[in-house]
Design a protein around this ligand. Structure first.
Ligand code: BF8
Ligand code: SF4
Length: 703
């Protein structure tokens, strides 16, 4: 993998493992159009900056510490390599926390507007989740109106950003042991904006000059994301749009339709895209699309906005981060609607070479070449309709199209509430069956495979390799973000994949009734993983805290600051975390030591960078097995279990998918259908005519 990358141009076949991407890259070459993949051939990473050895904090520099004795050198102010690397890393954490948390703030602002009756088209969709969140926040619910509670929740959420005193309230959702440890170390986050500001202050020229101390402030800052901004974002999205429960959909560029108006949503926030879901199903607009010569309106997603509306509405995913340009290259996208984060500026000039209308919607994120239609929650349904109409009007402008015929079925929509429900129902929800399976060794451990695509490594390869190898070794996998989309494109989020799971894992997944690879949502939904791990730790039998669990977190293809923030908050929460690609502190032996042994001693978790997939996987199993041994659990023995037949549950899913495929053959729209018959009150929304059997509610107990 990475050896191919060292000398510039990467052979075409090594750019991606996704056949749709390879087909589109060949098409781009034929058209003479550049993409991030081809630009990466001509833009090698700067080895000094890549390794953390460049400081550009002040204008006496930039100072670059290079050469054999680089670690003995200093910058002009005397800053040594460990300070320079740690400072840069901490600023990456602050950047990531700022991005996720500002997204969380916007969600809280929308909830506030809803509660005050000022947001047209939105409402509190999940009252049970609202009550649960009010409970975490100590807000009374008895005898109160939904909007009153929602207003208090929104205001409490907004307080978390700038409160002058106290601790971020959601840190109380961690285990008692973890809370005490954070306090003892002085890393309990106080307010979200304050932690970001403090890292920027400390890493200004001439302030904190001790790498260990700088990195400790990075830990505290990251916790303001994981147990602050991101967790609030997940919760408020669930309140407004529904807590996810499993549903089926499809993924990859083949979800674009040659005969329909294709609208792609791309970015991270679900607010406007949820309204676009409604608009794309509006009979009046569908009629207008037909009048323009199309068969209908097809909404699809890229990046985490995609995950948000996939998880709740079953809207298909056109791809992950590196698919954004490839989608435009199909020539079949009438409008690409972007909000914030992970949007390439290259989309501006690229869209102008096709008929695609690039539409920016956030005042925080404008792109040259795009039309700006600003999102305003007071008139969101009208904005969404306006955008869909722009797309319809653009349909006749289409030139030749090239849609690669690759699309995979997937099941998404696993919230921790649903996992509780699945393991015991509404009143008895728990993680007991999973904990017992880990204790017995049927499930060897748990792995979270999350994060981005990065052109410096073969697209999706590391993510898919890890998922494939983990489940074969009886390790249960949860996925989020672009990693979830990568896994889905390779077929690993389909129930069929149970056949690739090890015998112990297979038996347990059949018994519980969940697949071996669970899509938990977007990148802010990594907070769901913190909740799951905390609940597993408190369920009993696997120690007392996250650092006791046989679990690892992996981000094989990390790209941006948000990924760094996520990795750091998992480490600060006690998890062993491994990133691929390249270490941003590799130039400093001391910064590297501090983030591995140093953090392990402090918080029980750590952050390692291992670019080689084989070594990454071997290290993951080593960490999982070491935790099993420390808990005095039996060593994993795949021969001990096995030969389970298909449970009625999986037989039902397979039958369901077959039916769905048949219906699609007949031209019926079935994407987004519920996989399981669930109670009312669950999240996914398929419009009129969608009915459910009654049963237990998925909104079970919470950690
Ligand atoms: O927030 S995984 S490339 S889209 S940053 Fe961006 Fe990375 Fe994708 Fe989701 Ni997360
Ligand atoms: Fe150089 Fe120090 Fe300025 Fe950094 S802060 S650029 S190391 S002089």
């Amino acid at each position: 993998m990475d050896d191919v990358k060292k000398d510039g141009a990467v052979p075409a076949a090594a750019k991606s493992i996704d056949p749709a991407a390879l087909e589109m890259l060949a098409h781009a070459d034929e058209c003479g159009i550049e993409t991030a993949f081809s630009r990466a051939d001509h833009m090698k990473p700067c080895p000094i900056g890549e390794s953390g050895a460049c400081c550009r904090i002040c204008s006496m520099g930039p100072c670059r510490l290079v050469g054999k004795d680089a670690e003995e050198k200093t910058g002009i102010c005397g800053a040594d390599m460990s300070t320079i690397a740690a400072r840069h890393f901490a600023r990456q954490v602050a950047g990531g926390v700022a991005a996720h948390s500002d997204h969380g703030r916007d969600m809280a602002m929308t909830l506030r507007a809803v509660a005050k009756g000022e947001a047209a088209g939105y409402k509190v969709k999940d009252e049970q989740k609202l009550a649960a969140v009010a409970g975490y926040m100590g807000i009374a619910t008895a005898g109160r109106e939904v909007d009153e509670i929602a207003l208090d929740v929104a205001d409490k959420a907004l307080e978390q950003f700038g409160q002058p005193h106290g601790e971020i309230i959601y840190t109380r959702r961690a285990t008692a042991k973890r809370q005490a440890l954070w306090r003892e170390l002085g890393i309990t986050p106080r307010a979200i904006d304050r932690e970001v500001t403090e890292v920027l202050h400390r890493t200004h020229e001439g302030v904190d000059l001790d790498a260990g101390n700088i990195l400790k402030s990075a830990l505290r800052c990251s916790l303001a994301d994981g147990w602050g901004g991101a967790m609030l974002s997940t919760d408020i999205s669930d309140i407004l749009f529904g807590t996810p429960s499993p549903l089926s959909s499809e993924v990859n560029l083949g979800v674009l339709k040659s005969d329909q108006v294709n609208v792609i949503v791309h970015g991270h926030e679900p607010t406007l895209s949820a309204m676009l879901v409604e608009a794309s199903r509006d009979p009046e607009l569908i009629a207008e699309a037909k009048a323009a010569g199309a068969e209908g309106i097809n909404l699809a997603g890229i990046c985490c906005t995609s995950n948000e509306i996939l998880m709740r509405y079953g809207i298909p995913a056109a791809g992950n981060f590196l698919h954004q340009e490839l989608a435009v290259l199909t020539g079949a996208v009438e409008a690409m609607v972007v909000d914030v984060q992970c949007i390439m500026q290259a989309l501006g000039p690229l869209a102008q070479r096709f008929h695609t209308q690039l539409i920016t919607t956030s005042p925080k994120a404008k792109i040259p070449g795009a039309v700006h239609v600003e999102f305003d929650e007071r008139r969101a349904p009208e904005t969404a309709r306006e955008i869909v109409r722009m797309a319809i009007a653009n349909y006749p402008n289409r030139g030749p199209i090239h849609i690669p015929d690759f699309h995979e079925p997937l099941v998404a929509g696993f919230s921790h509430e649903y996992l509780n429900y699945m393991q015991g129902g509404f009143h008895r929800g728990s993680f007991r069956p999973l904990n017992d399976a880990v204790i017995a060794g049927r499930v060897r451990g748990l792995a979270a495979v999350v994060g981005c695509n990065n052109v410096r490594v073969t697209q999706d390869e590391g993510i898919v390799e890890m998922i494939k190898r983990f489940i074969a070794e009886d390790v249960m996998v949860v996925v989020t973000g672009c990693a979830a989309t990568a896994g889905a494109k390779a077929g690993y989020l389909s129930p069929e994949i149970l056949d690739s799971a090890g015998p112990g894992l297979r038996e347990v997944m059949e018994a519980i009734g969940i697949p071996p690879v669970l899509h938990l949502g977007s990148c802010v939904d990594n907070s769901r993983i913190l909740t799951v791990l905390t609940q597993v730790a408190t369920e009993g039998g696997l120690g007392e805290d996250i650092d006791d669990l046989p679990a690892v977190g992996l981000c094989p293809e990390w790209m941006c600051e948000k990924a760094i923030a996520i990795g750091t908050y998992f480490a600060a929460s006690g998890a062993h975390v491994i990133f691929g690609v390249s270490s941003p502190v590799k130039a400093s032996t001391e910064a590297t030591r501090l983030m591995t042994e140093g953090w392990e001693q402090l918080v029980g978790g750590d952050l390692e960078f291992i670019p080689d997939w084989d070594q990454m996987f071997a290290r993951s199993l080593e960490l999982i097995d070491a935790k099993r041994a420390a808990l005095k659990l039996p060593a994993h023995d795949p021969a001990q279990f096995g030969d389970s037949g298909d449970s009625p549950y999986f037989a039902a899913i397979k039958e369901y998918l077959a039916e769905q495929a048949a219906e699609q053959e007949r031209g019926l729209e079935t994407v987004g259908s519920a996989v399981y018959p669930l109670a009312e009150g669950h999240s996914h929304d398929h419009g009129a005519g969608h009915v459910h059997d009654h049963g237990d509610s998925p909104h079970g107990r919470d950690a």
